[in-house]
Design a protein around this ligand. Structure first.
Ligand SMILES: CC(=O)[C@@H](O)[C@H](O)COP(=O)(O)O
Ligand SMILES: NCC(=O)COP(=O)(O)O
Length: 251
């Protein structure tokens, strides 16, 4: 069954707009869980612009929700992850000036370093995922360094979908979707788990949820945005319903 990991970074973004204590990401995690989330994703950025160290500790201590920690492959982050022991750590590229993650991790150019990072995480009992573009050479490199999971970057698909006026049959959307599908096949053929995420929303999620073998989708901005109007429990429930409906039509 396809799973939904809800990224709650932007609950913390709202809190940081006033540098106060609300809204509380722990409360958000519980609400998301009650709405049907299978897990929670947070990106502990080097600049701590939204989620901070106290948030990740509290999420771990106070909730039973499966945690996916997105992080740069730095010594500082590896130390935090090894102490925290999330169910999954996802290595992502990070830029100080980016508004959000702009591309997949370049595994090919830093295989030795990333292999060492993954080994340290594995020694702490943490499964490692890598956030990568839909590129077979990067997927092969991910397998070589011992990644157990690849999350395929769905941003190019999502942007094509938006630019095409949500026309799922437009050539650009068909082409981007095919790239994600091909990446998913390569990931599975190499024995890794196929996850996907970034810029997915209520309009574009179903073609991705229908892809053969996709295990988890990680979705944040769209769900938190909708929750402003509907509440988080309902926003998560609706996303889960769309995913199940799509996945049910192929499984
Ligand atoms: C890796 C990814 O696709 C996103 O989850 C992103 O890293 C989230 O971080 P922000 O919430 O800071 O955009
Ligand atoms: N890894 C993708 C993620 O966690 C959510 O990304 P977005 O839905 O906030 O773009």
């Amino acid at each position: 069954m396809i799973e939904l990991g809800v990224n709650i970074d932007h609950v913390a973004t709202l809190r940081q707009a006033r540098r106060t204590w609300e809204p509380d990401p722990v409360w958000a995690a519980v609400e998301a869980h009650l709405g049907g989330a299978d897990g929670i994703t947070v990106h502990l950025r080097e600049d701590r612009r939204h989620i901070n160290d106290s948030d990740v500790r509290k999420l771990r201590e106070l909730t039973q929700v499966k945690l996916n920690l997105e992080m740069g492959a730095t010594d500082e982050m590896v130390g935090i992850a090894c102490a925290l022991k999330p169910e999954m750590a996802m290595l992502v590229p990070e830029g100080r000036n980016e508004v959000t993650t702009e591309g997949g991790l370049d595994v090919l150019s830093q295989e030795a370093r990333l292999k060492e990072v993954i080994a340290r995480l594995a020694d702490a009992g943490i499964m490692t995922s890598v956030f990568i573009d839909a590129d077979v050479a990067q997927i092969e490199a991910a397998a070589r360094i011992g990644a157990r999971v690849c999350e395929v970057h769905t941003g190019p698909y999502a942007h094509a979908f938006h630019d095409a006026g949500r026309d799922v049959e437009s050539p650009a959307v068909v082409a981007e979707l095919a790239k994600v599908a091909t990446a998913g096949e390569a990931i599975r053929a190499l024995g890794m788990r196929f996850n996907a995420g970034h810029a997915l929303n209520y309009y574009n999620v179903q073609p991705i949820a229908r892809l053969p073998g996709v295990r988890e989708l990680h979705i944040g901005h769209a769900i938190v945005s909708r929750s402003v109007f509907t509440g988080l429990r309902a926003a998560v429930g609706e996303m889960k319903r769309l995913m199940r409906e799509a996945a049910g039509s192929v499984r």
